[in-house]
Design a protein around this ligand. Structure first.
Ligand code: BV8
Ligand code: ZN
Length: 238
């Protein structure tokens, strides 16, 4: 039997099991203390780069102590086992790479990279905490910013196109730990459905995607995703 083409979209919920707070759910969600429009926007950064960097430096400190959980490890095992597997993430925490995935499409950037607001300087910077906020460019002394996509900013068109391709060719779309409210990421699973593929959602609660999903598996993805893959592998005879 030919193995199915699988595309995966992950959100903050897949890192919850690693102790990284999500954006919109539960008492410990990030946005309870901050309003996304106040911080993850170019306007906020222009108005108060230090405040925005305090927010990201704080998140980097939390993410630095986080390790991949069984959901991340399952996605790494799937990439190894399946010839046609694409992982698309909205997360910026770097845990998919640490878990062993190598072909990752980062829709919203990577918190471990900084880039200059003036020149084309870009570099990985894992210092926690950062020695000065905002950090300055070693080349031109302008402010550095986190290399992430803020609200109102365009996603990288090549990355987005490759993600759309993967979902429009997938037999199965797995949507793991996302509230499915942020666009254009939230659009991706619908491409799979339009070609007659199946959507399987893994979340703690129903989302705006649920009515379109063939299955919504409720529970923590650090438990439900490994269990699903175990059963699916047996079904595939892997
Ligand atoms: C763009 C990076 C155009 C920074 C982020 C009105 C209607 C529709 C759209 C819009 C609108 N007004 C504006 C827009 C566009 C806007 C948007 O979609 N807004 C939404 C909020 C309405 N989108 C944009 O601005 C995008 N850009 O459209 O540009 C353009 C085009 C050309 C030229 C110029 C401009 C850019 C969007 C990217 C923004 N950046 N992050 C940072 O991280 O700080 S978005 C942010 O939300 C994160 O990336 C996050 O990944 C993303 C989505 O959140 P989730 O990952 O889903 O996390 P969340 O907390 O929401 O949910 C967690 C889920 O996990 C929950 O469902 C929970 O139940 C579940 N869960 C919890 N624990 C577990 C679990 N599940 C399983 N297991 C568990 N253990
Ligand atoms: Zn510079």
């Amino acid at each position: 039997m030919t193995l199915p083409k699988i595309a995966v979209l992950t959100g903050a919920g897949v890192s919850k099991g690693s102790g990284v707070p999500t954006f919109r759910d539960g008492a410990d969600s990030l946005w309870r203390n901050y309003n996304p429009q106040d911080l993850a926007t170019p306007e906020a950064f222009a108005r108060n780069p230090r405040l925005v960097w305090e927010f990201y430096d704080w998140r980097r400190q939390m993410m630095a102590n986080a390790r991949p959980n069984p959901a991340h490890l399952t996605l790494a095992a799937m990439e190894k086992a399946l010839p046609d597997f694409t992982l698309v993430t909205q997360n910026i925490d770097g845990l998919h790479r640490e878990a062993g995935n190598r072909r990752i499409l980062y829709l919203h950037g990577d918190i471990w990279y900084v880039r200059c607001t003036e020149c084309d300087y870009r570099s990985e910077d894992r210092r926690v905490p950062l020695p000065e906020l905002p950090p300055t460019c070693p080349r031109c002394a302008a402010w550095l910013r986190p290399d992430v996509v803020w609200f109102g900013e365009a996603l990288d068109p090549v990355t987005l196109h490759r993600a759309e391709q993967a979902f429009s060719q997938a037999d199965i779309a797995l949507v793991v730990g996302t509230s499915a409210v942020v666009y254009p990421a939230a659009m991706l699973p619908h491409y799979t459905r339009e070609r007659g593929g199946r959507i399987i959602e893994f979340n703690m609660a129903r989302t705006p995607l649920s009515p379109y999903a063939d299955e919504t598996i409720l529970g923590p993805s650090e438990e439900t995703l490994p269990a699903w893959w175990e059963a699916f592998q047996a079904e595939l005879g892997l």
